[in-house]
Design a protein. Structure first.
Length: 280
C-alpha cells in the first residue's frame, strides 16, 4: 500500500478529510522549498502537492504561472526537486508527497530514470496534467510497479465513460477540478461539485479530492463536507508572491492560513469535538 493510500485509510477511520496544500517547488527560491513543506505539515497538511515548474503551464492561471516563472529564474529543475524531496524526507518519512506537473520534464529525464529517482527520493505519487491515460499506460505501469500512485484529474465536463476509463488506471486518489478553466478561476458551486462527485463514486472507491476555487477556511470546510480531500493552491501562492523577500512572513502567513483551514475542516466534520470527548 502506498503512503498516499495509507494516509487516506487513516483519515477515513478517523472520520477526517485530507488537507492537501500545493506549492510550486523553487518558489520563491529553491533554498526555501523544504522549509515551506515542513511549515505546511506543522500547520496541518496531510499530503504535500509539489508543483514541478514548466515554461508552458497551460492548466494553471496567472498566479501559479508566475510562481513557475520565479522558480525557473532560479534554475529549478526536476532533478533539483527530487533532491528537495530527499531533504524533506530526512525529517519527515510519513507525509505523502505528490509531484504535479507536465510531461516534458519527465520525458527529458527519461521515464524509467525518473521513476527510479522518484522512489529513491521518497515521492509517493505523480500527477502529469498533459499525459492522458491512453498515452500514459506504460508510465502508469512503471509507477504502480514501484508503489507510486498515478493521480488523474477529472472535471465538470468529464463524461461517465471517461470517468470509468480514468478510474481503471488511477490509484491513490482522484483530483476533481471543481471549475471550468484554469487554477485560481471563478467561485465554487459546492452543490454542483457534490452532484458530480456522486456520479464519480458510482464507479470507484478511490478517495476524491477537490481543488480550484478554495481560498479560505470557510470554502475548505464547505468542500470537506462532500469530498475526501481539500486541495488549495493559488491562495498559498499569493502569500508567497506578496512576501517573497521575507521568508519569516511567508512561513507565518502560510501556517496561519493552512491551520485555519485544518481547524475549519475538523470542526465542520465534528473531529474537534471527538478529540475533546476522547480527552475527557
Amino acid at each position: 500500500m502506498s503512503r498516499i493510500a495509507e494516509r487516506f485509510s487513516t483519515l477515513k477511520n478517523d472520520g477526517r478529510c485530507a488537507l492537501v496544500p500545493y506549492i510550486t517547488a523553487g518558489d520563491p527560491h529553491p533554498d526555501n522549498t523544504v522549509e515551506i513543506m515542513h511549515t505546511l505539515v506543522e500547520a496541518g497538511a496531510d499530503i504535500i502537492e509539489l508543483g514541478v515548474p514548466f515554461s508552458d503551464p497551460m492548466a494553471d492561471g496567472s498566479v501559479i504561472q508566475a510562481a513557475h516563472e520565479r522558480a525557473l529564474e532560479h534554475h529549478t529543475s526536476l532533478s533539483s526537486i527530487l533532491h528537495m524531496v530527499s531533504e524533506f524526507r530526512q525529517n519527515d518519512d510519513q507525509t505523502p508527497v505528490l509531484l504535479m506537473g507536465y510531461a516534458n520534464p519527465i520525458e527529458c529525464m527519461g521515464y524509467e530514470i525518473f521513476v527510479e529517482r522518484a522512489v529513491q527520493a521518497g515521492v509517493d505519487g505523480v500527477l502529469t496534467v498533459d499525459l492522458p491515460p491512453e498515452e500514459g499506460t506504460e508510465f502508469d505501469e512503471m509507477l504502480q510497479k514501484k508503489e507510486l500512485d498515478p493521480i488523474y484529474l477529472l472535471s465538470p465536463t468529464t463524461t461517465e465513460a471517461r470517468i470509468k476509463r480514468i478510474t481503471e488506471v488511477a490509484s491513490g486518489f482522484l483530483y476533481y477540478v471543481s471549475l471550468k478553466g484554469v487554477t485560481g478561476a471563478g467561485n465554487l458551486d459546492v452543490q454542483s461539485v457534490k452532484e458530480k462527485l456522486d456520479v464519480i463514486r458510482e464507479v470507484t472507491d478511490l478517495p476524491l479530492g477537490v481543488g480550484f476555487g478554495i481560498s479560505d477556511a470557510q470554502s475548505a470546510a464547505n468542500v470537506a463536507k462532500i469530498a475526501d480531500a481539500v486541495v488549495v493552491g493559488s491562495a498559498l501562492i499569493r502569500i508567497i508572491e506578496a512576501n517573497q523577500d521575507d521568508m519569516e512572513q511567508v512561513n507565518k502567513q502560510l501556517f496561519e492560513l493552512v491551520q485555519s483551514m485544518r481547524e475549519a475542516i475538523d470542526d465542520t466534520l465534528g473531529y474537534g469535538q471527538q478529540k475533546q470527548v476522547g480527552l475527557t
